[in-house]
Design a protein around this ligand. Sequence first.
Ligand SMILES: NC(=O)c1ccc[n+]([C@@H]2O[C@H](COP(=O)([O-])OP(=O)(O)OC[C@H]3O[C@@H](n4cnc5c(N)ncnc54)[C@H](OP(=O)(O)O)[C@@H]3O)[C@@H](O)[C@H]2O)c1
Length: 309
Amino acid sequence: MTEISNETRFLHAIEMGLGAWQWGDRVVWAYGQKYSDKELREGFEVSLNLGVRFVDTAETYGSGYSERLLGKFLKDIDQPVLVATKFFPWPWKITKGFIPRALRGSLDRLGLESVDLYQIHWPSFTLSPEAMMEGMVECVKRGMTRTVGVSNFDEKRMIRAYTTLARHGIPLASNQVHYSLLTRDVERNGTLARCKELGIRMIAYSPLEKGLLSGKYSTQNPPPGVRGSHYADMLKKLPPVIKLLQELGQTHGKTATQVSLNWLICKGALPIPGAKNVKQADENAGGAGWRLTEDEVARLDEATKDIHR
Ligand SMILES: NC(=O)c1ccc[n+]([C@@H]2O[C@H](COP(=O)([O-])OP(=O)(O)OC[C@H]3O[C@@H](n4cnc5c(N)ncnc54)[C@H](OP(=O)(O)O)[C@@H]3O)[C@@H](O)[C@H]2O)c1
């Protein structure tokens, strides 16, 4: 493993984060129906009190509402919070100049002068990794972000981003990818190993596989909305995994949710579960601060080897 740079060391010290896609999103998460700003604020505050101080948002979440809400919450608290947001490379954003302009918009919504991590949300067909990183270099030079990350980048694109930044003496801080017990592509395609080798923090999104790993959903009780059809096949194979998660959880005094999150920490990733309320935020925070044994991790690997995508 290469040495972790001083600029990005803080990210490697974080065990757990909080995802803010739910904050204002009506399409997937039905914001405004069973939860609203009050529940989100309570969840945010309990997270901070339990030591979860890294929040991941994006300019697209709730069409900017997530960033606005975070900005509002930040005004009312004393604890330091590390803020990560993302640039969305819409196909018409064809020059690097769009990146600092988008970050200016995010900073205005957040009410901040700079963020701790600015990420490219997805690769783009109209803007190369090199051009995107040149835009990110501008953001760093202007003091608008402390560090630079990517998201949904495969190993090749990640290396192109890493190399471009390196020419400017800037480390690639992170790659945010879909990673959970039920989605383990990054283990097979080399991205996780490469991140470790280069000192890039892997941030795991959808770490609970959008709620499935809590054990509350089944074929008889599928998740609402688009998740129901998306996960129809996976739900059929889920019961033995949940049983094992619960069994291992009993040994540690933890829930299936907490064991799922801890498995990611044991793999060297930083999970950022989304939470809609105080109960979920409280439970998710309990996924950190302890460790499954190597044998338990191996049992979970084995139990999910034919399920994961
Ligand atoms: N970079 C990207 O492309 C990308 C993509 C996706 C997500 N993300 C980031 O990653 C974060 C997390 O991913 P995600 O929100 O997709 O999925 P997730 O964290 O796997 O699942 C979150 C959902 O699971 C349920 N849940 C959470 N905690 C629970 C608990 N303790 N007990 C029972 N149910 C619980 C809630 O939904 P219900 O109560 O409705 O079941 C919640 O909305 C996002 O908020 C976002 O910041 C990034």
